[in-house]
Structure formats: C-alpha cells, structure tokens
Design a protein around this ligand. Structure first.
Ligand SMILES: NC(=O)c1ccc[n+]([C@@H]2O[C@H](COP(=O)([O-])OP(=O)(O)OC[C@H]3O[C@@H](n4cnc5c(N)ncnc54)[C@H](OP(=O)(O)O)[C@@H]3O)[C@@H](O)[C@H]2O)c1
Length: 238
C-alpha cells in the first residue's frame, strides 16, 4: 500500500482536535477515516472536511479528498495508524472497548491531555495520572504489540481548523523508535509544523503539562499559543 493510500483513523475525530488534524492530513493527500461513537456523526464530520477542502481546490484540481466516517471500532479495524483525540475522562473506557479491534503492529498516536476541566476543575491544570500521563495509561490498556506514541498535545485545534501555517513544533515521544519516526513524518505534513524526537513515552507527562500552561496563556492573552524549541541543529527536525 502506498504511503498516502494507507488509511489513518482519527478516533474521536468529530471534536475540534481530531477534525483539525484530519483536515490538515486530508489536505496533504492522506487517506483519513474519522471515528466516532456514532457512525452517522463520523460521516457528517468527514463530509464537512471534504466540503471544506473541495471549496478550496475545486477550481484547480477537483475534489480527490479521501475521507470517510465510521464507528470507532470499525475505524480501528480498517487502519493500522490510529490517532486518539478524546477527552481524558473517556480515554480509558474507550480503549478497553476497542481492545478487540486493535491489532498487533498498529500504532496508536495519543493526543489526550488529562485536564482537570474534565472533573470540574480548571482547564489550565492537569490531573495526576497514576501511570504518569494519559499516553502511558493508553500504553497500559492497548494489547501487546500495539505501539503508543504521544504527540500533538501542544497544537491549538483553532489553528489546525484554519487555513494558515501553524508556526509550531510538535514533540513526539514513544518507546518505539519506528512508530515515533512515522508520527514525526505525519506531523511534518502539517504546514508550518516541525517535528522533534522528544524521547521516551514517559516524557508525555511534560507535553500534557505544557498544554495546561498554553491554555492558561491563551486565556490570559486571548491567543492561540503554541511552542517552538530553539537552539537545536537542523537534523533534530526530521
Ligand atoms: N482542543 C484542542 O485545542 C486540543 C489540543 C491538543 C490536545 N487536545 C486533546 O485532544 C483531545 C480531544 O480534544 P477535543 O477538544 O477535540 O475534545 P472534545 O471535543 O471534547 O472530544 C472529542 C471527541 O471525543 C468523543 N468523546 C467525547 N467524550 C467521550 C467519551 N466519554 N468516550 C469516548 N469518546 C468521547 C466525541 O466524539 P463522538 O461523540 O463523536 O464519539 C468528541 O467529539 C483531548 O484529550 C484534549 O485534551 C485538544
């Protein structure tokens, strides 16, 4: 299967984070499956993204967007690259439910942030997660042979759903070097994004804390802040 025709399933892709990532990758020519607890909601989100892209490109090339919608387990069964974009409070139960559909050899890219807002607290604070981070919790819940990668925590969904380049770095953490490499190559398909190897999955706890800080900054300064790392050599961004 060619790189762009291998499907990527975005679970919980009906929300702003998942839709924004799906939009950017569909624009880059990737084949996307939006996942949802409800198949019709997934298809509606896929249609919305396809329309958004078609409106931009129809005069030039016609609409060749490859995007569809499915219930989350059907989406898992149809793809080996999975992106998880659900609220932390639903992450554990969803992964337990999806376990039979997750195949060894798949990659689960987790963008979940354990925000205190999920339990009535502030969005600018994170919850303590027993395993260290939401991504490490995911790694405990997936079947053996599924690689978990933490990424995209620090990208604003508002910016992802727009048309401008992002001007942000994406730090990618995983214990599986090849899964992290693939994730970095996908991140770099988002215009303006540089992807950086952030080391082991345990560093995901820091990515989540940065999101909470960014949310606080965005509230205080009314913006859509992201991060840029300076001082690294060019080869750090592959
Ligand atoms: N928004 C951002 O800027 C941003 C940036 C970086 C990371 N994140 C992280 O990415 C994740 C998604 O963010 P979001 O803003 O897109 O969240 P969201 O809109 O609250 O949720 C995304 C989708 O998750 C599904 N969902 C909601 N509750 C669920 C549950 N209990 N069980 C299973 N699925 C559930 C829903 O899809 P269905 O109802 O269709 O199933 C929903 O559309 C969060 O963990 C967030 O912290 C967000």
């Amino acid at each position: 299967m060619s790189e762009a025709s291998r499907p990527i399933a975005v679970l919980g892709g009906t929300g702003p984070a998942g839709m924004g990532i799906a939009l950017r990758w569909a624009r880059a020519g990737e084949t996307i499956i939006i996942g949802s607890r409800d198949a019709q909601r997934a298809q509606d989100a896929a249609d919305k993204i396809a329309d958004q892209i078609a409106n931009q490109v129809k005069e030039k090339t016609g609409n060749h967007t490859r995007i569809s919608g499915m219930e989350n387990s059907a989406a898992c069964a149809a793809a080996d690259i999975l992106v998880l974009t659900v609220p932390f409070e639903g992450q554990g139960a969803l992964l337990k439910q999806l376990k039979p559909a997750l195949r060894p050899g798949s990659i689960l890219i987790d963008a979940t942030v354990a925000l205190a807002a999920g339990v009535g607290g502030r969005a600018s604070r994170t919850l303590g997660v027993w395993q260290g981070s939401a991504a490490q919790q995911a790694a405990e819940l997936v079947p053996k042979g599924v690689s978990v990668v933490a990424a995209f925590h620090n990208l604003s969904a508002d910016l992802l759903n727009g048309d401008e380049d992002l001007d942000c770095d994406v730090i990618v953490c995983s214990d599986d070097a090849s899964a992290a490499h693939l994730t970095r190559s996908l991140a770099a398909k988002i215009p303006g994004v540089r992807a950086i190897d952030g080391g082991k999955l345990e560093n995901a706890r820091i990515l989540e804390q940065i999101t909470a800080l960014l949310i606080g900054l965005n509230i205080r300064h009314k913006g859509h802040g992201g991060i840029r790392i300076t001082g690294l050599p060019p080869q750090a961004y592959d």
